[in-house]
Ligand binder design. Structure first.
Ligand code: NDP
Ligand code: 8X3
Length: 253
């Protein structure tokens, strides 16, 4: 029987690439994002024979999530792989200048929505004693940088929540993984810089960033290792990226 993967944030970037790769590998898919036209277009281009159920909603809306998840057709209900990928950064201002609404949106999407989706689908995995949750965090969750304040903190939450899940699931066959990518060219920077295409392009200028397909390969790999192996955490950067030295402020002499 075919397995089913549910992918949040499937309309773009990592989630879109994961949908294609999991379909190629014989999965049926539940695809979630706000932009319905993107989900429909993706569903139409997936490998023939892939059964797809699309859910277009804002994952911050708990009532809409509950309604949509309850309405998932029976044949898609048993989720084998849950990829909690939907997320975003908004702005890169220092904490004392940031928009509080941007912080709220990041917390609601990167943390609360991920919790909501996990809490909905996990009990059925436990009942079946089978399943795999892959959470997309970020290097920003481990390594602070100027203007990364709340975004980084939400991703640190994702990393630690993943470890907590693994602790809770000891004694079951359910696997839990967290992937922390570095710089990858998707719509991420367009969203972060609020559709300022020039600023978004500058992030990747003169570099060879990770691609969405690179991350999809890693997500798929974590799910395809032998059943007794749990990839806890993967941190991945492009070759052209590294940490910086500690910043030191010096008074003018
Ligand atoms: P994209 O902007 O290309 O994709 C983000 C996806 O999340 C879109 O499909 C978007 O769909 C969805 N999404 C965002 N908000 C909501 C919401 N409220 N409800 C439903 N869906 C939502 O970025 P990436 O593919 O790069 O990002 C995917 C994940 O990877 C994010 O969690 C991001 O933080 C993380 N990440 C990205 C890195 C990068 O450099 N690109 C590096 C490290 C981590 P729609 O707009 O249609 O709702
Ligand atoms: C995205 C990577 O370094 O832009 O999560 O925050 S970074």
């Amino acid at each position: 029987m075919k397995k089913t993967a549910l992918i949040t944030g499937a309309s773009s970037g990592f989630g879109h690439a994961c949908a294609k790769l999991f379909a190629l590998n014989g999965f049926n898919l539940v695809l979630v994002a706000r932009r319905e036209n993107r989900l429909k277009a993706l569903a139409a281009e997936l490998k023939a024979g892939t059964q797809v159920h699309t859910i277009s909603l804002d994952l911050r809306d708990s009532a809409a999530c509950l309604k949509a998840f309850e309405a998932i057709p029976e044949s898609f209900k048993d989720i084998d792989v849950l990829i909690n990928n939907a997320g975003l950064a908004l702005g890169q201002e220092p904490a004392y200048r940031t928009q509080i609404d941007d912080w709220q949106t990041m917390v609601d999407t990167n943390i609360s929505a991920l919790l909501r989706v996990t809490r909905y689908f996990l009990p059925s995995m436990v009942e079946r004693n089978s399943g795999h949750i892959v959470n997309i965090a970020s290097i920003a969750g481990s390594w602070p940088y100027p203007g990364g304040n709340t975004y980084g903190a939400t991703k640190a939450f994702v990393q630690q929540f993943t470890r907590g899940l693994k602790a809770d699931l000891l004694g079951t066959n359910i696997r839990v993984s967290e992937i922390s990518p570095g710089m990858a060219e998707t719509e991420f920077s367009q969203v972060r810089y609020k559709q300022d295409d020039h600023k978004a392009a500058q992030v990747y200028q003169g570099t060879q960033p990770l691609t969405a397909e690179d991350i999809a390969d890693i997500v798929y790999w974590t799910t395809s290792v032998p059943k007794h192996v749990n990839i806890n955490s993967v941190e991945v950067m492009p070759v052209c990226q590294a940490w910086g030295p500690f910043a030191v402020h010096r008074e003018q002499q």
